[in-house]
Design a protein around this ligand. Structure first.
Ligand SMILES: Cc1ncc(COP(=O)(O)O)c(C=O)c1O
Length: 352
C-alpha cells in the first residue's frame, strides 16, 4: 500500500514534523485544484479559522453560512470572534438558498461561506454575484467535495479561498488535516503566519497565531491519497448512479444534482418523506437489523444547536428543520462492492 510506504519513508527520514512532504502536498493539491497556493493545516476547521483570520474578519462582523452543514462551518466563525448568521437551504440540493442568503445580508455582513455539502457544489454563480455586489469575499467550505466541479472548474478555485478537510471519512484523507487553496499570495502569507504561532520569521511573532501545522507524516498520506482521488470519486459516482437507478420506493427521494455540476458523493443522502410507510428512523433501524449501517447528516441543523441559540434568534430555516427529520445517508464509499450495493438496494426496496 502506497500510504504505508510513504509514511515509513518519512519515519526513516527522521523528519516527522513539517518538512518537504508538506510542501509537496501543498503543491500537488493546489495544482489539482487549479489554484496558485495551497496552505496545509491540521484540520478543516483550522483551514476555515485561518482563512477568516487572513481576511481580517473578527468581532462585530457577520458571516453568512447555511444552517444545514457540519458544526465547524459556524464554530470557526465564532473562533474568529465574528457572528455566524444562518441561512436556509434548498430542499432538492441541500445547499444554500439564494433567497434566504439575500434576506440575511446586513451592513455588517463581511463574508459568505458557501458549503459544497455532501460533495455537490452549491450555486456558486449567484452567490458570487451577491458577494461582488456587496464587496465581500466568498469562502468555499469544500471539506466534503474534493474534486467536485462547478461548470467545469474545480471547487476550491471559485472564491477568495477554498477550505478542505482530510478527516479519514472524507473523499481523500491525510489521517487528519486540512488545506486552504487560494490565488491570493497576500492571503496565503497571512495564513502561513497564523498557523505557525504568528511568526513572521523564526521567534519573531507579529500576531497571535496557533499551531495548526500539518505533519510530514500526514502530508505523505495525503500525496498518496491524492493520486487515487479520481478513482475514489469515480467509484463513489458509480455507486450513486446504481442507487439512483435501482432504489424505487414511494416516499423516498433520491439526491438531485443541479445542472452544470459534478457531484462527488461524499455522502449519498436520501430523504424519507411522510408518504413512506416507514419513518426515517424506522428505516435506519430496519437496515441496521439487516447489517447495513446508515447515518444521519445532520439530525440538528445549526440554527437548532444549543450553543448557537443566541445567534439563531432571528433566523428562520424551515427547510433545514424539515430536512433534519428526513435525511438518511447510505453507504457510498469506494470500497463498497457490487454485491453490497445490490444487497442494500434490495433491502430498502423490500422494507419500504
Ligand atoms: C462541511 C464541513 N466543514 C468543515 C469540516 C471540518 O473539518 P475537520 O473535521 O477536518 O476539522 C467538516 C468536517 O467534518 C465538514 O464536513
Amino acid at each position: 500500500m502506497e500510504e504505508v510506504e510513504a509514511v515509513s519513508a518519512v519515519i526513516r527520514s527522521g523528519m516527522l514534523a513539517q518538512g518537504p512532504q508538506v510542501e509537496n502536498f501543498e503543491q500537488a493539491f493546489s495544482r489539482y485544484c487549479n489554484t496558485m497556493h495551497g496552505v496545509a493545516v491540521n484540520s478543516g476547521t483550522a483551514a476555515l479559522h485561518a482563512t477568516l483570520f487572513a481576511l481580517g474578519i473578527g468581532p462585530g462582523d457577520e458571516v453568512i453560512l447555511p444552517s444545514f452543514t457540519f458544526f465547524a462551518t459556524a464554530s470557526s466563525v465564532c473562533m474568529s470572534g465574528a457572528t455566524p448568521v444562518f441561512t436556509d437551504v434548498n430542499a432538492d440540493t441541500f445547499n444554500i438558498s439564494i433567497d434566504s442568503l439575500k434576506q440575511h445580508l446586513t451592513e455588517k455582513t463581511r463574508a459568505v461561506i458557501g458549503v459544497h455539502l455532501f460533495g455537490q457544489p452549491f450555486a456558486v454563480q449567484p452567490v458570487t454575484k451577491i458577494c461582488e455586489d456587496q464587496g465581500i469575499p466568498l469562502i468555499e467550505d469544500a471539506a466534503q467535495a474534493h474534486g467536485a466541479l462547478y461548470h467545469g472548474k474545480k471547487v476550491g478555485s471559485l472564491g477568495a479561498a477554498g477550505c478542505f478537510s482530510f478527516y479519514p471519512t472524507k473523499n481523500m484523507t491525510a489521517g487528519e488535516g486540512g488545506m486552504v487553496t487560494t490565488n491570493d499570495p497576500a492571503l496565503s502569507e497571512r495564513m502561513r503566519r497564523f498557523i505557525n504561532h504568528g511568526q513572521a520569521e523564526k521567534y519573531l511573532h507579529t500576531c497571535i497565531g496557533y499551531n495548526f501545522r500539518m505533519t510530514d507524516l500526514g502530508a505523505a498520506i495525503g500525496v498518496a491519497q491524492l493520486n487515487k482521488l479520481e478513482a475514489f470519486n469515480a467509484r463513489r459516482k458509480e455507486n450513486a448512479a446504481y442507487y439512483d437507478e435501482h432504489i424505487q420506493c414511494p416516499g423516498i427521494i433520491i439526491p438531485k444534482v443541479a445542472p452544470g455540476v459534478e457531484h462527488v458523493y461524499h455522502q449519498y443522502v436520501i430523504r424519507v418523506r411522510s408518504e413512506c410507510q416507514l419513518t426515517r428512523d424506522q428505516l435506519a433501524i430496519a437496515l441496521r437489523e439487516k447489517g447495513i449501517g446508515t447515518a444521519v447528516h445532520y439530525p440538528v441543523p445549526l440554527n437548532g444547536q444549543p450553543v448557537f441559540r443566541e445567534y439563531a434568534k432571528e433566523c428562520r430555516c424551515p427547510v433545514s428543520d424539515m430536512l433534519a427529520g428526513e435525511v438518511l445517508s447510505l453507504p457510498v464509499h469506494p470500497l463498497l462492492t457490487d454485491e453490497e450495493r445490490l444487497y442494500i438496494t434490495e433491502c430498502i426496496n423490500a422494507v419500504v
